[in-house]
Design a binder for this molecule. Structure first.
Ligand code: SF4
Length: 456
């Protein structure tokens, strides 16, 4: 099935599922309440956002320089940096490290990029056991699903759905409360930490001037992934760089506030290769830098700002489309408004152009973005790109041509009133769907009524 058809089918299913919508709204409202309180910690939030936007702009405009700086600092401290053009390249590099250590078990921290490259499926197909350690990721992995939301992967599941899944996997009681669920999963994954040779995490930030990797989380499991196994592999998109260790504080607090409505997330780790005086940490430290379509965004001067995303998920939470259809309808790893901007460049205009059209362009995403990405205008630019690349049906072109002709002439508009019902039903009925009441149109236009009343 084409991605667009899949999107329409799933959107309809989720948008009209009252139970799903109420679950989404409960979660979003909890987030909103926490966010309002957390953002009060900033004496000048606008200034903090402007600074963060500036740092990300500086990095994206000079990405080659900052990546090389990051790489040379990692190598100087004894780590290794591997570059991957695409998902296949990244999987090959990771598999080579795993085979070198003859590892049979890998523990993983929460990471969207490993979802993007399909790491779990690849490793399992090659006989390697993979254990997710983040609670939300553990749940969606048990359900064989993709994360629903970039920050809260299992936000769509009820407690009963979770206990049923975990009952089958690790024997959790069906009546377990949230604390018991978390304790059961923690007990299960702690055993894996003791046995695993390799820990894999993503990176929230790659810090150029220190060659360190910033990882932020609430459970402490990523910290165990990066400290207990002998080998640590960081998998990160090339856009994750920030210039300096001095900027880390700003980004950690913005991410905590916009991501989960906390002043700061519970565990914030800055890690790098183990150096002489370190008492613990992995013996080998690798960073796999993944492009996977990011360069396609970078080459477009007007669109490259979208690479500044720090994956806080705030634009998803405020988006009326995401709130109603959830994360799985998008068919891409990154979802919501920023996912729609990225998907078209990463995965192809033909397959993913519809996501940029599935937006009211209300601008709420842009208003909330902590790094001031002009998201709704990037969606409009995506639309322009797909039109310019000829990804539009002839019938739609004809429709817009006629619409322009009519709208630019008062005479034609008045004539059009009599046929607008016909036009609407002919062109919009199927898009309007069966479940919404079709608009009832006035018999006369405002202009006609005015002339009748005032005669001019
Ligand atoms: S685009 Fe902005 S608001 Fe959306 S996830 Fe990225 S940083 Fe957060």
């Amino acid at each position: 099935m084409r991605k667009q058809d899949e999107f329409l089918e799933l959107s309809e299913k989720f948008a009209f599922d009252r139970e799903h919508r109420s679950r989404m709204h409960v979660n979003v409202h909890k987030y909103e309440a926490a966010f309002v309180s957390a953002k009060k910690q900033f004496a000048n939030l606008e200034l903090a956002r402007e600074r963060a936007a500036y740092f990300k702009w500086k990095v994206i405009e000079n990405l080659d320089k900052y990546l090389i700086e990051f790489e040379s600092n990692v190598i100087r401290k004894g780590g290794k940096v591997l570059w991957a053009d695409d998902a296949k390249g990244a999987l090959t590099e990771i598999t080579t490290i795993i085979n070198k250590h003859n590892a049979k078990l890998v523990v993983k921290g929460k990471s969207m990029i490993t979802e993007e490259i399909g790491l779990n499926a690849h490793l399992r197909a090659n006989g390697v056991e993979v254990s997710e350690t983040d609670l939300g990721e553990y749940i969606v992995d048990a359900a064989n699903e993709q994360p629903y939301h970039m920050v809260t992967p299992a936000m769509h599941k009820t407690k009963l759905e979770i206990t049923e899944l975990l009952n089958a996997k690790i024997g959790t009681s069906i009546e377990a409360d949230p604390e018991d669920i978390a304790a059961d999963v923690a007990a299960e994954v702690r055993g894996k930490f003791l046995k695993a040779t390799i820990g894999i995490t993503g990176a929230n930030f790659l810090i150029a001037d220190s060659g360190m990797v910033g990882v932020t989380e609430n459970e402490g499991n990523a910290r165990l992934c990066l400290s207990m196994p002998q080998v640590h592999i960081v998998v990160a998109g090339i856009e994750k760089v920030i210039p300096s260790i001095n900027d880390a504080e700003l980004f950690f607090s913005l991410l905590g506030t916009y991501g989960t409505g906390q002043k700061i997330t519970t565990y914030n780790s800055l890690v790098g290769p183990r150096v002489a005086d370190d008492m613990d940490g992995p013996k080998e430290f690798y960073v796999v830098l993944v492009d996977n379509g990011r360069s396609s965004i970078l080459v477009q001067h007007e669109q490259r700002q979208a690479l500044g995303c720090i994956r806080c998920g705030a634009c998803l939470n405020v988006c009326p489309v995401f709130q109603n259809i959830g994360g799985h309808a998008y068919g891409s790893t990154n979802t919501g408004p920023i996912g729609s901007v990225w998907a078209q460049h990463q995965n192809g205009v033909e397959e993913f152009k519809h996501l940029s059209f599935a937006s009211p362009i209300c601008g709420k995403c842009t208003d909330v973005c902590p790094v001031k990405i002009d998201i709704h205008n990037h969606l409009l630019r995506n639309r322009k790109d797909s039109v310019q690349q000829g990804e539009v049906k002839n019938s739609e072109k004809l429709m817009w041509y006629s619409w322009k002709k009519i709208m630019l002439s008062r005479k034609n508009m008045n004539k059009g009133v009599s046929i607008k019902g016909f036009m609407l039903k002919s062109f919009f009925k199927s898009a309007w769907g069966e479940r919404r009441q079709f608009p009832v149109l006035a018999d006369k236009s405002f202009n006609q009524l005015w002339r009748e009343r005032f005669g001019q």
